[in-house]
Design a protein around this ligand. Structure first.
Ligand code: UDP
Length: 237
């Protein structure tokens, strides 16, 4: 599948058009940013690990009946995906308190939540992606009530599937971010699911195996991403 015009370049990925109007190529870069772009660096090979991990997880979700934008991996950094009209909402699912939730509620990182929690953030870099609720989404018309119900149901199902999957890989799925979009009138899962967008802790040691190693200057970033890939895909690049 030929890469045509660059349609969009984000912090960690580039979207290219293809000859087919319904599909685009999602290219995974090695660039990493945190704190709304204030911290920047390159993590060698990250794009390859994230593309491999995301592909495996999208396939797993498809098998379990969750519609996603994934079609196939074209090369180690390039994923052929359905062209979706992305909803301007980031959905965060949490099983364990960490990051902004731990800070906001004044609880220790690592507190296991009694039930999964979903949060919504309005995708706007200039505003720093503010947290919003279902009323804001409805009032601003970012998604219809029906689309929101579909997205909510999918996010909870995805959490359930991924939590079980990662448990088998001896990884605790702490929290993660999802993005959904419209494809032929239906809400489907887009973006990526990787150590850039999830918090993964080793089940036994609770050692961080995700982007927090970059955000918090913990070192060992490449090793952590490689280890997640090894456990998820069963191979090392
Ligand atoms: N997350 C993300 N992109 C964002 C914000 C959050 O992928 O722009 C992910 C993050 O990696 C974590 C989860 O969403 O797995 C929850 O993040 P949190 O709200 O705790 O914010 P953070 O501490 O990452 O700023």
């Amino acid at each position: 599948m030929e890469k045509m015009k660059k349609l969009y370049e984000g912090k960690a990925k580039i979207i290219y058009a293809t000859r087919d109007k319904d599909t685009v190529i999602q290219y995974f870069k090695d660039d990493a940013t945190a704190f709304n772009g204030k911290k920047k660096d390159t993590i060698e090979g990250k794009g390859i690990y994230n593309a491999a991990i995301s592909s495996k997880l999208f396939l797993l979700l498809e098998e379990k009946g969750i519609p996603t934008h994934f079609i196939k991996l074209l090369s180690p950094r390039e994923m052929l995906v359905k062209k979706i009209q992305i909803l301007p909402i980031e959905v965060v699912a949490r099983n364990v308190a960490a990051g902004s939730l731990a800070k906001r509620l004044g609880v220790d990182e690592g507190l296991v939540l009694k039930k999964p929690v979903l949060e919504y953030y309005y995708k706007d870099d200039a505003l720093g992606d503010p947290m919003v609720n279902e009323f804001h989404i409805d009032a601003m018309g970012w998604a219809t009530k029906k689309q929101l119900e579909s997205l909510k149901g999918s996010a909870l199902k995805i959490n359930n599937i991924l939590q079980k999957f990662f448990l088998k890989k001896k990884i605790e799925l702490v929290d993660f971010k999802l993005e959904f979009g419209l494809y032929k009138g239906k809400v489907i899962l887009g973006d990526e699911i990787s150590p850039d967008t999830c918090r993964f802790w080793d089940l036994n040691t609770r050692e961080k195996m995700d982007k927090d190693r970059f955000r918090r200057d913990l070192g060992g970033i490449v090793d952590a991403y490689q280890e997640v890939m090894k456990r998820v895909v069963g191979a090392k690049c």
